[in-house]
Design a protein around this ligand. Structure first.
Ligand code: MBD
Ligand code: FE
Length: 284
């Protein structure tokens, strides 16, 4: 009854259709992908109708993606894939044992054209209509091996506003609101004002939202600030820091939280510009 496509020989035939001019890495990865996808279909007895649902979801993700929205990445995020490959990449790096700052996923709202701002600047250019506690965030960039501060390093940060939207999702926020790139001073320090981050739902109106609904999951991410720290001669660090008070730390919709990335916002006295303070050193 079962046709030959049900057995492993069919899968081998598909893999062996690859020509001699593939690179070793492509050969390895594609053979593995084909094997897992075929096994997935056999194991779950996927029908044509079910497979077409998946194809539609992929096409939908592609259609709704543009420079402001990376839906393919977001679909990977709700499946935990970006967090998994982030962990694999971090673990592969030989420095991992000596513990530079842990990595976390870049996410879909990074902008490559974020402007430099002076240390001490306020990245909350558009103040939230509701809520919004101001934070003075400061720290140093440090060489994790020598423990020496690094002058002239770039610390780029971005965060959502209290309405749950990043600047590029929200016409009411100024261009590059809640983003900034800071150069560490001669003592390796950076400092600026930002908002205390607040939890928010990832965009729920596309295929990743549909997947969450189908799996009976919520879309919330715990409050976080994104950091990209770079210095010539060092491995660039992409990470996020999370508010210890947040109720979604244990069930982030994209699985990015790590214990070492949880931080404490503390009261700040005698600063008219901020009621909270966060001291955070970045180790490269
Ligand atoms: C985000 O803000 C984010 O940081 C990630 C990783 C995924 C979706 C929304
Ligand atoms: Fe984010």
């Amino acid at each position: 009854m079962a046709s030959h496509r049900f057995n492993a020989q069919f899968t081998d035939n598909v893999i062996n259709a690859m020509g001699p001019n593939t690179s070793p890495r492509i050969r390895q990865v594609m053979a593995s992908l084909i094997r897992h996808v075929h096994d997935f279909a056999r194991e779950n007895e996927i029908t044509v109708d079910e497979w077409m649902e998946g194809v539609k979801l992929l096409n939908w993700a592609g259609q709704m993606s543009d420079e402001k929205r990376n839906e393919g990445q977001l679909v990977c995020d709700v499946l935990g894939l970006e967090s998994l490959v982030d962990e694999i990449t971090f673990t592969l790096a030989d420095e991992a044992k000596d513990a530079p700052t842990a990595t976390a996923i870049l996410g879909p709202f990074f902008r490559a054209d974020t402007p430099y701002r002076q240390n001490g600047a306020d990245i909350a250019v558009t103040k939230p209509k509701e809520g919004g506690e101001m934070v003075f965030m400061h720290g140093s960039v440090i060489d994790f091996k020598t423990k020496q501060p690094l002058a002239g390093a770039d610390v780029e940060v971005w965060q959502a506003s209290t309405n749950g939207l990043y600047e590029q999702q929200d016409p009411d926020q100024a261009e590059h609101n809640l983003r900034g790139k800071f150069k560490t001073d001669d003592e390796g320090r950076y400092y600026f004002y930002c908002l205390r981050p607040t939890p928010y739902p990832i965009p729920n109106d596309g295929p990743s939202g549909k997947l969450l609904t189908l799996m009976d999951r919520h879309p919330f991410r715990p409050a976080h600030i994104h950091i990209l720290a770079t210095k010539e001669g060092y491995r660039p660090l992409t990470t996020q820091i999370f508010d210890r008070q947040d109720k979604y730390l244990d069930n982030d919709s994209v699985f990015a939280v790590k214990e070492s990335l949880i931080v404490d916002f503390v009261p700040r006295k005698e600063d008219p510009n901020a009621s909270l303070e966060l001291q955070y050193d970045v180790k490269l």
